[in-house]
Design a protein. Structure first.
Length: 116
């Protein structure tokens, strides 16, 4: 079983940047595709970005494309999400999970709040 812990969220002004981290326990982490997801108040959780096990292929949702970069360091068992040019509509709790997501892998998430 792999445990995923998100960090790096915070309060930032519109136009600012944040780097989120997803730290994993377990030796099998490097085999997994990993995704970032977010849930804004009153909305369904949505896909943000995903990366293959080797990090070669990446995919982004349209709302963050061009402003975000997903990456991973398998030696550190960590996946990152660099978010730039943040907008108030990016405000949400951000989660990482396997991709496609698995029910047992959801963590507590990290709050990102973007002020206008």
């Amino acid at each position: 079983q792999v445990t995923l812990v998100e960090s790096g969220g915070g309060l930032v002004q519109s136009g600012g940047s944040l780097r989120l981290s997803c730290a994993a326990s377990g030796r099998t982490f490097s085999r997994y595709f990993v995704g970032w997801f977010r849930q804004a108040p009153g909305k369904e959780r949505e896909f943000v970005a995903a990366i293959t096990s080797t990090g070669v292929l990446k995919s982004y949702a349209d709302p963050v494309k061009g402003r975000s970069t997903i990456s991973r360091d398998n030696a550190k068992n960590t996946v990152y999400l660099q978010m730039n040019s943040l907008k108030p509509e990016d405000t949400a709790v951000y989660y990482c999970n396997r991709f496609p997501p698995a029910r047992d892998y959801w963590g507590q998430g990290t709050q990102v709040t973007v002020s206008s």
